[in-house]
Ligand binder design. Structure first.
Ligand SMILES: Cc1cc2nc3c(=O)[nH]c(=O)nc-3n(C[C@H](O)[C@H](O)[C@H](O)COP(=O)(O)OP(=O)(O)OC[C@H]3O[C@@H](n4cnc5c(N)ncnc54)[C@H](O)[C@@H]3O)c2cc1C
Length: 375
């Protein structure tokens, strides 16, 4: 366990904004994570848990407590048989995309569409990460945690995690990046096979040249997802400013079927809402936040010098001096163009959120965890 003083939250997060931290502890084993969290709790210091920092937007004033950086590593097969499948335990700090790559190479089915999502495995159950028709909850059997309130280790079975769209009990008990439950390891259950789960995302099926709900070889699905994501600036790339982001900045809003037609025109994309096991939920529909942003007049690159929202009469460069903009590849990502501060990112987020509300009456809700910052 290494304690270093005064690194910056900008160094620890993919948006590369955020001020200094008081105490920084890099924890490389479960024991080190528990010890670091206990030590911070005993002194009464505020605690911020950081994995890959890819879903965190931290304020310019920084963090006056302890940041515990989760860096534990390891993938372990607990059980493997053709009828029960594979039970896999992954340490919280292990790179998520390495886990996906492992499952594809070893013919374990269920997370191939979650390829290319940055960050750590321990963070995936927190917001129930999802993409291209899959959610991580569909393969999680159990999550091992340290309960800060009780001061002991425990574990949650799938049903007790109350997974929902970009949400879980773990997220609902996290305040300002300070979780009650610190994830130590995630336990997955996978079936075996060479083919993917049925592909439920039209653009992905089209890219693979298959019909919706058909299966494709695991490696093909992974590659297709990586290709699609790269085209949208949704895979981290140091040379690409569009990727200095938190990925999608707003969740796709879920609206009641009773009011949907009064909010958006018939041609607005609509997606079914599914529960934690992938079953459709009746009575409400998910809208595309990217479409709402675009159709409220905020095009790709809005915020850069020369960009303008004609519909609402806003010059992009007036929002944050050109330092923060929508990605030039995707309207849903807010990016740091090089010199942005957290307040620049927040100004852009506010203008986009308020503009969408003005045009469509739909409230966009931020997806990343905001620390020391509010919109
Ligand atoms: C380019 C890009 C693309 C993205 N694409 C997607 C996508 O397709 N789908 C998607 O769902 N997300 C996406 N994201 C968001 C992000 O990558 C995921 O949410 C990821 O799981 C966050 O992992 P992390 O380790 O970086 O978490 P952090 O950003 O470090 O933390 C996020 C939150 O989880 C908490 N946390 C982290 N680790 C632990 C732990 N061990 N125990 C308890 N709490 C913890 C933190 O305190 C914080 O509240 C994208 C982000 C980027 C930058």
């Amino acid at each position: 366990m290494t304690a270093v003083h005064h690194p910056s939250l900008a160094d620890l997060t993919t948006t590369a904004v955020g001020g200094p931290v008081n105490t920084y502890v890099r924890a490389e084993t479960e024991e080190e994570i528990v010890a670091a969290v206990r030590a911070a709790d005993q002194t009464g210091e505020r605690l911020l848990v950081v994995g890959g920092g890819s879903n965190l937007l931290a304020g310019d004033a920084g963090f006056d407590g302890t940041v515990v950086h989760i860096a534990s590593q390891g993938i372990q097969v607990d059980h493997a048989s053709d009828c029960a499948g594979t039970l896999l335990t992954v340490a919280a700090g292990h790179s998520w995309d390495d886990v996906v790559a492992w499952t594809v190479e070893n013919e374990r089915v269920g997370i191939e569409s979650l390829s290319g999502i940055p960050g750590t495995t321990g963070a995936t159950p927190v917001q129930n990460v999802g993409a291209y028709g899959q959610e991580v909850s569909q393969t999680i059997a159990r999550v091992s945690v340290y309960d800060r309130e009780a001061g002991r280790r425990t574990s949650f079975a799938f049903a007790d995690l109350h997974f929902a769209y970009r949400d879980s009990y773990l997220k609902r008990t996290t305040v300002d990046g300070s979780p009650r439950f610190v994830v130590l390891a995630v336990h997955f259950q996978f079936t075996h096979g060479e083919l993917s789960k049925p592909v439920r995302y039209a653009q992905l099926a089209q890219h693979l040249g298959i019909e919706l709900n058909q299966r494709a070889p695991l490696a093909d699905v992974r590659q297709a997802v990586l290709d699609l994501r790269a085209g949208k600036g949704m895979v981290l790339a140091p040379q690409d400013r569009d990727t200095y982001s938190t990925g999608s900045f707003f969740t796709n809003p879920i609206v009641s079927d009773d009011v949907i037609d009064s909010l958006v025109p018939a041609n607005a994309p609509r997606f079914p809402v599914v529960d934690a096991s992938g079953e459709p939920v009746q009575g409400s529909t998910k809208l595309s936040a990217a479409w709402l942003i675009d159709n409220a007049g905020f095009g790709k690159g809005f915020g850069l010098p020369g960009s303008r929202n004609e519909r609402l009469g806003i010059d992009g460069a007036d929002v944050a001096g050109g330092r923060a903009s929508l990605s030039t590849k995707h309207t849903l990502a807010l990016s740091n163009r090089g010199e942005a501060r957290a307040e620049d990112m927040a100004s852009l987020a506010r203008v986009v959120r308020d503009g969408v509300h003005q045009v469509f009456g739909v409230e966009l809700v931020p997806e990343p965890v905001l620390v020391g910052l509010s919109l």
